[in-house]
Design a protein around this ligand. Structure first.
Ligand code: AR6
Length: 313
């Protein structure tokens, strides 16, 4: 079992945050930053601020959460320090010598640099500005598990684990199962063959192979909808078992498709109710775990089913 890679998790949370545009909550990003601060999250820092990053100080107002930014960032002599989550992010811009620093150390630096307004994380990619006010908000943020609704294929979501809606053979199939196998490549099938199948309601994990958005694929087998009350137990078990497996593998984020709601015919409204209740129940059973959960709604109707539930009084 590896450690949580907080900088990688931050990249993932930012990818999903940008993908979801205005509708998205900042909570998954703040969860990662808060835990990262407590666990020596490290960034790559250029030794000299590149000119193009300095020039960005004037354009930060155009960024996503306007209220997070300082309104006078163009003031003379004021600047932001660029931070990068990975060498790949550094390579997107001009060449520069870099050092590796913990976020905690960088915040200390902020304390005695009065002209520094804060940090721009990944200025050439999916960036976020951390002003002094934002950092205070992160420090005050109470990290806890969180559910976000993602309007798109689970294959577009960035998470430590993405969940596959598989069948008992675990040897691939149609729907999202076929799409995941195509994206992850032939090594996935080889890994699945070694698992020896899985009972309905269960879940088993493999690596993600060519699928770069994730480290793990969790193969969950949903019930074929029959109308029997056992369907509820089996569908709930898929969600609970997937979360358990993700947690045991040190995942901080997990992306679910609507298990059983395609070929297996589970009505969307009922499946939304069961999946939401199961995940919330798992959160209640693990109050000290912080898991960023994404419900990936491939079809508009799937998102609507969740909205009908969460917007009801
Ligand atoms: N990309 C992303 N999401 C998809 C895709 C896709 N190409 N196709 C469907 N979904 P389903 P199930 C979404 O049918 O009902 C397979 O053959 C879909 O909108 O893939 O659990 C397996 O091998 C829904 O939200 O899975 C099994 O035999 C979710 O994925 C059987 O189907 C699940 O729909 C499992 O049936």
């Amino acid at each position: 079992m590896g450690q949580i890679n907080y900088t990688k998790e931050l990249e993932r949370a930012l990818e999903n945050w940008y993908f979801a545009k205005e509708e998205s909550s900042i909570a998954p990003v703040f969860n990662v930053l808060k835990l990262g601060l407590e666990n020596d999250m490290r960034f790559i820092v250029p030794v000299h601020t590149p000119q193009s990053a300095e020039d960005m100080s004037g354009s930060v107002q155009e960024m996503k959460f306007k209220e997070l930014e300082s309104s006078n960032s163009k003031m003379r002599g004021k600047y932001y320090i660029p931070l990068f989550t990975s060498p790949k992010e550094v390579d997107k811009g001009e060449e520069t010598a870099v050092v590796n620093c913990s976020l905690g150390e960088m915040i200390e630096v902020l304390g005695y640099r009065s002209n520094c307004l804060g940090f721009i994380i990944n200025p050439w990619g999916k960036k976020i500005v951390l002003t002094k006010e934002t950092i205070e908000a992160v420090e005050k943020h109470e990290q806890r598990s969180n559910i976000s609704f993602f309007n798109g294929s689970v294959l577009y979501a960035y998470a430590t684990a993405i969940v596959n809606a598989a069948n008992e053979t675990l040897l691939g199939g149609g729907g999202v199962d076929g799409a995941i196998h195509r994206a992850a490549g032939p090594m996935l099938l080889e890994a699945c063959k070694a698992l020896g199948g899985c009972e309905t309601g269960g879940a088993k994990a493999t690596g993600a192979y060519d699928l770069e958005n994730a480290d793990y694929i969790i193969h969950a087998v949903g019930p074929k909808y029959s109308g029997d009350e056992n369907d509820v137990k089996l569908l709930a078990a898929c969600y609970m078992n997937s979360l358990e497996l993700a947690w045991k593998n040190n995942c901080m984020s997990i992306a679910f498709p609507g298990i059983s709601t395609g070929v297996y015919g589970y009505p969307l409204d009922e499946a939304a109710k069961v999946s939401l209740a199961a995940v919330v129940h798992w959160f209640d059973l693990h109050p000290d775990v912080v898991m960023n959960v994404y419900f990936c709604c491939f079809r508009e109707e799937e998102l609507q089913a969740y909205k009908n539930l969460t917007q009801k009084k």
